[in-house]
Design a protein around this ligand. Structure first.
Ligand SMILES: Nc1nc2c(ncn2[C@@H]2O[C@H](COP(=O)(O)OP(=O)(O)OP(=O)(O)O)[C@@H](O)[C@H]2O)c(=O)[nH]1
Ligand SMILES: [Mg+2]
Length: 368
């Protein structure tokens, strides 16, 4: 079970510019003297811990980073400009290791903390520098130093932002496989997933969230039925739960409403605080329902469950209608203050309110 996000990058700091060898040559000025300037320093590469990031996923898209070289010195006393430094933003908590030596270079535990990954090369000296009372026409200059190069490993312990919840076979693993880099085992028998695993969902550059897929939960889990409910502890630090529901269970006696309630009841038995987290209903396998029957089915489930949070209908298998769900998750997570583990979603947010239903039964789903 891997809860560590990793990325390997190569960093190349800029080379220093060469010093220049030059003499002032002007009409009517004999013995003008040396005027070759120094080369500029090459750009260095630094990393900084940024509290707005929570995964290393962007480093899988770009692996090589090159800072600019310093300019060479020139005649007429002109010094070369330094190459600009480069800053890589990484999530707070990132460990930086040298891949070749294995040495730990930094533990960027505090927001704003910085480390230099590769130092730019020093610029060379121009012949101007070698002028002395005894050598008034020095013909020396020095070349710029090469910039440092390194292969690095970034590591980050991941904490899940979003937890998946649902009966066995609801499609939790299919969902995480469709939206993230996780590749869990998927099969049409219950309890395929035996251990929790995490996936990173990349929404846009610099924006991503982490989803936890856990084993299915069944009625009586508190008493040890199925795989029990101990693995629910992996959801305790999440900020949002997605409750996946199979809308077309093969068993003709199955009832999605009863399924939702039994999972909600087990959640409450395990930890009322966990049950009080924002929980969105995700009706999965909507591809199994006739298009004309979809809207009435969703409306009926909403009404019977009196679920106050948002409801989505998707097909994880067909990768259908996943976008709006991912967009809303991203928006909801971003509304919370980043870096604060506490639930940051307001269940009363009108954006997510579903209309109250006058004819709802008393045994309302008490999520939210
Ligand atoms: N038709 C259809 N089948 C789906 C969909 N999503 C998942 N399935 C199927 O449902 C079965 C169970 O999927 P999984 O993703 O393994 O379900 P799970 O919730 O992870 O199950 P456990 O790990 O056992 O708790 C597989 O055969 C999937 O192919 C969907 O959107 N439509
Ligand atoms: Mg699974």
């Amino acid at each position: 079970m891997k809860f560590v996000d990793e990325a390997q990058v190569e960093v190349y700091a800029g080379n220093g510019g060469n010093g220049c060898m030059s003499f002032r040559r002007e009409k009517f000025i004999p013995f003008g003297g040396p005027d070759g300037g120094d080369g500029g320093r090459g750009g260095s590469i630094h990393a900084e811990a940024d509290p707005n990031l929570n995964t290393l996923v962007d480093f899988r898209y770009q692996r090589m980073y090159r800072a600019r070289n310093g300019e060479h010195g020139r005649g007429s006393d002109q010094f070369g400009a330094a190459g600009e430094d480069m800053l890589l933003r990484v999530p707070v908590g990132t460990l930086v290791r040298d891949l070749d030596s294995g040495e730990l270079l930094a533990d960027l535990a505090e927001p704003g903390q910085r480390v230099t990954l590769a130092r730019g090369g020093q610029g060379g000296l121009g012949n101007l520098r070698f002028k002395s009372s005894t050598n008034r026409a020095p013909r020396q200059s020095t070349p710029g130093q090469p910039g440092e190069q390194r292969r690095l490993q970034f590591e980050l312990k991941l904490l899940a932002d979003v937890g998946l919840l649902g009966l066995p076979n609801a499609g939790k693993s299919t969902f995480i496989a469709a939206v993230s880099n996780a590749r869990p085992k998927i099969a049409d028998y219950p309890f395929t997933t035996l251990h929790p695993h995490l996936g990173v969902v990349r929404v846009a550059q610099g924006r991503s969230f982490v989803v936890a897929d856990i084993p299915g939960l069944i009625e009586g889990a508190a008493e040890g039925a199925g795989l029990g409910h101990q693995f629910l502890r992996h959801l305790q630090r999440t900020r949002l739960l997605l409750h996946l529901v199979d809308v077309a269970p093969p068993d003709p006696d199955a009832d999605p409403v009863r399924d939702v309630r039994s999972v909600a009841a087990e959640l409450k038995k395990y930890d009322p605080e966990l049950a009080a987290k924002p929980r969105w209903l995700v009706l999965n396998k909507i591809d199994m329902v006739e298009p004309s029957q979809r809207a009435p089915l969703i409306a009926a489930l909403r009404r019977r469950l009196r679920h106050k949070g948002p409801v989505y209908a998707i097909s994880a298998l067909a990768r259908q209608d996943l976008e709006p769900l991912l967009r809303d998750i991203d928006a909801a997570l971003r509304r919370g203050a980043p870096g604060q583990g506490a639930p940051a979603l307001d269940p009363g947010d009108p954006r997510f309110a579903t209309p109250e239903t006058p004819d709802g039964p008393r045994d309302a789903d008490d999520a939210q």
